[in-house]
Ligand binder design. Sequence first.
Ligand code: GLC
Length: 419
Amino acid sequence: MVARFHDARDSFFERRLGMFVHWGLYSVPGWHEQELWRKGTPRREYEKLIHEFDPVLFDPDKWIDAAEDAGMSYICITTKHHDGFCLFDTKYTDYNIMHTPYGRDLIKKLADACHRRGMGLGFYYSIPDWHHPNYPNQGRHHQMMGYRAGDEPDEEKYFTFVKNRIEELMTNYGPICQLFWDINVNEWYDPSVNDHIRELQPGIVINDRGPGPGDFDTPERKIPGGKEFSKPTQACSAFGRESWGYRIDEDYYSDKFTIGSIDKILAMGGTYLLNVGPKGDGTLPEENVRSLHVIGEWYRKVREAFDDAWPASYMVDDDHIVISEPVIRDRIWTTRKGNTLYLHLPEGLNSTGLIVSPLHILPEKATLLNNGQELRCKVEMTPWHWHDPEYLHIVGIPVNEMQNEVMVIKLEFNEEVFA
Ligand code: GLC
């Protein structure tokens, strides 16, 4: 069972779905948020983008509408990515939004709207910096190849600069629900930084990529093995396969794939942070808005299987439907609320039936949450499972109609069954 904090941080577990936002100068060329490092664009060229970044169409309410449409309860935005450019007003560097043609603090604008609309707000902050003269770029991963004329590499000065800016972020924008540190290339260790953040923002949760022990794990673009997390976990992924920042001609994951990933992580007791990459003009790509809507349509139908429910995959085996090599399984994730079990089928179903071993009791009712259809159940020995005892067998599942859906089946048992 996922460990709880037993303090104000437990609100983390209520924020099941969040919108991750990667936005910055890189959104203008629309290649990748790390184009300096991965594409080798010269810094002097890249940094000219500060004169082009002018997101006149940015309307935080539209972003919040899209997040709400998907059933998300918070937004976590890149206040500063590896390139060093800040979307917020800061007195510690001019490489920030106030020096673009736009000239207004975007983080402030987003924060005000989130607080007004009751949308949680989290900040992402990347530790490396490809712009700041004190950052010791030494050609390690996620670093520039070396120094520029005029650079004064100095870790101590650099981390004072980071601390000052974190202080700005933690004091100037109202309540912040989470801090997402990224890529601690320098292996900077100073737990007092997170301690100070907790003083400034009581109840904040901090991830595991920063200068001290964090509150939650952050598997990225992957589904960890097993069917239940033992530690608080926030998985993150993006709509785009290639980039987190806006990318022209992005390869988008299918809705089914994204929804299946969300379903698995949530059924394992985790939370999910799903990234959008706004364009340089401040609008969300149409493709992101469309997918958010599709996710919301699914999530609204099945969310009772997550809210206040616990991972319970230990109660149910996968269904081995072919007893020859290779063995094909219908993989089942399970959540539970009292005597109600929810069977999740994020990898689809290979036939119209499902054997739910080792259960051998009939539920009072079985419902496919996706369309409200009641399903028939039996407890029986079947020809394929003739060596096995009698198990719960759900029949007549409309697999062909549900090809594009991630199915969740609700089984309501008599009160005493799991007492
Ligand atoms: C990876 C990417 C980085 C992105 C982060 C989000 O570390 O390299 O660009 O910001 O994932 O978690």
